[in-house]
Design a binder for this molecule. Sequence first.
Ligand SMILES: Cc1cc2nc3c(=O)[nH]c(=O)nc-3n(C[C@H](O)[C@H](O)[C@H](O)COP(=O)(O)OP(=O)(O)OC[C@H]3O[C@@H](n4cnc5c(N)ncnc54)[C@H](O)[C@@H]3O)c2cc1C
Length: 260
Amino acid sequence: MNESSTRLQPTDVLVAGAGITGLPHAAEADSRGLSVRIIDRDTWAVGASIRNFGHCCVSAQSGELLELATAAREGWLRHSALAKQPGASYLWRTSYLGTDAALHTNTHDAESPSGGPVTVHTSRGSLTASRVIVCVGHDLDYVHPDVAEPFEVNRCALAMALVRPVEPAAISRAVLTGTSMLRYPAFAETSAAAALRTELENSSPELLAIDANLMLTRRPDGTLLIGDSHHTETSLDPQLRPGQENLRDVRSRPVHFAER
Ligand SMILES: Cc1cc2nc3c(=O)[nH]c(=O)nc-3n(C[C@H](O)[C@H](O)[C@H](O)COP(=O)(O)OP(=O)(O)OC[C@H]3O[C@@H](n4cnc5c(N)ncnc54)[C@H](O)[C@@H]3O)c2cc1C
């Protein structure tokens, strides 16, 4: 146990996990005048939030997800103006191990049975907060298997390719293709989706076989991120799987773009 962490003052809110889910919770709590502490097991951001494509497909969602995405967009715009102001304190390299209290999935936080402060156990000692928000991503099943298992939380391996086009790419922003149209609910619910699936089954069955979402993102240095395939398991195979080579092989081929 690290003595310095046990001496830390209790906070109103403790957020476990500094990804794109944890940080907005911390920012929202901070903007309500609450004291906030964030803990993360890593020294810098290496989770899904830093590895991702950067696509914000708000209007591609439907139903409750569309409502959440629209509200989140407003929050991001609001917080982008505040991003440089000091607020929450960040205590890094502190793995969250759990609490003595029950975790309520609906409120996604830990509450003490008596309604009092919650003691959080970490690899560097214990911390106390009035409310604890656990945002550890897909590793939820490591710390709270009881919460993760009913929702069948799995790990998803995504293979992407980073390529340098032979000529500068004519695209300047994110490009989604037919496979994306089958993936995102707002598109997949359209009457044209069934015909599109039939077309892809005939023309590019290998993309459907690796559950590809063929998208392009141009990076500031001119390279293109092309992705991605999906493979889901509780524990991921560390070896490259047959089928994922399809996407990775793109790296060794010349890439050309035609404007239409
Ligand atoms: C390759 C890739 C591309 C993607 N592209 C897109 C996209 O274009 N658009 C989109 O909307 N979504 C995309 N996603 C999905 C999106 O990135 C994730 O849904 C999102 O980042 C999840 O955020 P998170 O905060 O829940 O998890 P994470 O970003 O993984 O953050 C979890 C944090 O918790 C920490 N942590 C874990 N366990 C513990 C512990 N026990 N104690 C302390 N800290 C812990 C981790 O270190 C990490 O910092 C993509 C994902 C990947 C992998």
